[in-house]
Design a binder for this molecule. Structure first.
Ligand SMILES: [Zn+2]
Length: 179
């Protein structure tokens, strides 16, 4: 049974049911992802020394991407210079990828220090949901609740396709940097 839990939005839950219906238990979701103990729906999009990039575990909203640090810290202010550069760089790359791949035109970025483990939401602003629930940060909770309560196979499929496209995109980004 998929029920919406607002606390899970901060990623502080100890368990979750992912969009494929798999049950997960962990001490910290982002640490479990960083260690490869939790296999994201569609798999991890990208990881490097400091960060992981993946689709949201619980909300099948096309283009909803989470960038988390590998280190278990709570605030952007705790990042080292290298981590800070990496994080902002990949936030920019994810937004660019979502636009280049025509997945979404605009995003809202959210980072809450109430989360135990630092992660950033790249939240896609889909017109159909903006019309229903309003624009910007204020509507995010309602949109997530609506999607969680009305999961469809079609949406899940779209999300998984986007993960595949983003994986390919980031392979190219990485190749470009190695040249
Ligand atoms: Zn953690």
């Amino acid at each position: 049974m998929n029920t919406f839990n607002e606390e899970n939005l901060a990623g502080n839950s100890k368990e979750a049911i992912d969009i494929l219906g798999r049950k997960w238990k962990y001490d910290c979701m982002s640490c479990a992802i960083a260690k490869g103990e939790l296999e994201l729906p569609g798999g991890l999009i990208f990881e490097d020394k400091y960060i992981t990039i993946g689709a949201d575990v619980e909300i099948p909203l096309n283009g909803f991407i989470i960038i988390a640090t590998k280190r278990h810290i709570n605030s952007i202010s705790e990042l080292t210079d290298d981590e800070r550069y990496d994080l902002i760089d990949y936030i920019a790359e994810v937004i660019k990828a979502l636009k280049d791949l025509n997945i979404i035109e605009k995003v809202t970025i959210v980072q809450e220090e109430r989360a135990n483990h630092l992660h950033v939401w790249i939240f896609p602003c889909h017109k159909e949901y903006e019309e229903k629930f309003g624009k910007g940060v204020g509507s995010i909770k309602d949109i997530c609740k609506h999607i969680k309560d009305n999961i469809t196979d079609e949406e899940i499929q779209k999300c998984l396709e986007t993960v595949t496209k983003l994986k390919e995109y980031f392979m190219e980004v990485k190749d470009g940097r190695n040249k």
